[in-house]
Design a protein around this ligand. Sequence first.
Ligand SMILES: [Zn+2]
Length: 355
Amino acid sequence: MRGVASGILVWLVVTGVAHPALDLTPLSPAVKDGSVFFPPDLVENGRRNCEKYEWARQARDTVVAAAEPWLRMSDDEIWGLMFGPTITRSWMVWSNGFCPACRKPVPMYTWVIDALRLPWKVRCPHCGETFPKNDFYRFYLSGLDERGVFDASRADRALLYNVEHPDPSDPLHRFGVDDGEGWVEGDHRWRFIGAYLIYGQWKQLVLGGLRNLAAAYLATGDGAYAHKAAILLDRVADLYPSFDYSTQAVTYEQRLGSNGYVSIWHDACEETRELALIYDAIFPALGGDEELVSFLSAKAARYGLANPKASLADICRNIEDGLFRDTLRNQHKIASNYPRTPIAAATIMAVLDWD
Ligand SMILES: [Zn+2]
């Protein structure tokens, strides 16, 4: 399946459809009527192979096992995985920093982040201490506004203490506490949550969940995987246009003006392309999923979303507008090393509007 997708992509690029000088912006809503990169007959063949061949069965079982944590989550939990852009994101905890507990160097990308097992924490690779020391998730929930987006001014700051040292007279009561803008000690700032948002919540829980759910759907044809993926994809689409890495995030402890969405430009480019392929992969399962419409329309009403999600067409429009047409209009946010951006744009265009 991946070979076919790559083949189509290669054809797109070599025929010049994806030349960056071309206007790649189909702004009028199209009616997508099927999967482009995952033709039904090939997908069916792949599923039949899982019954016939041991190697295919093993591949299927691997992706099913990988999707299991997200399949077990409730629809509400899946929806709540995505966050808004209101907490400063950081490409590193502290690029040349050390662990506040053991003081050993933990530079660049060496903090251990394992969001499924250790949500809202980063772990020192030397001493194993986890940060931040406060229950950030509880603090985060206390600050969600009527749109379901964190607002620091609403959050309960009484929750900002080291849960391992709850006694206010304990000298470690405030140690390692991060309100979203980092733990500060002297001149040093550790952006535990700012980096966790990118590497844990976004790349592992949101993107990883979508990737694993879509793969499990492709391999099994079980709409339960596509249902969860659609909820998450739709919620990402609600918020994706509000992400702007250049004004909201820091790299090497500074605002360098680097473009991007949730992630910085080179990762945003690949992530958005992958989101298009995920949408394309699960698309055939969405028709007839009435639970999807009832769940998302209730969320839209409760959180005052502009798109009412009253039909599958509304949901597809939300996903296509929020994730893909927004990207085509704002290609500077995914401007990457040639030819990555035209490949992403061509993939998105094909997924949106392939005849
Ligand atoms: Zn340490």
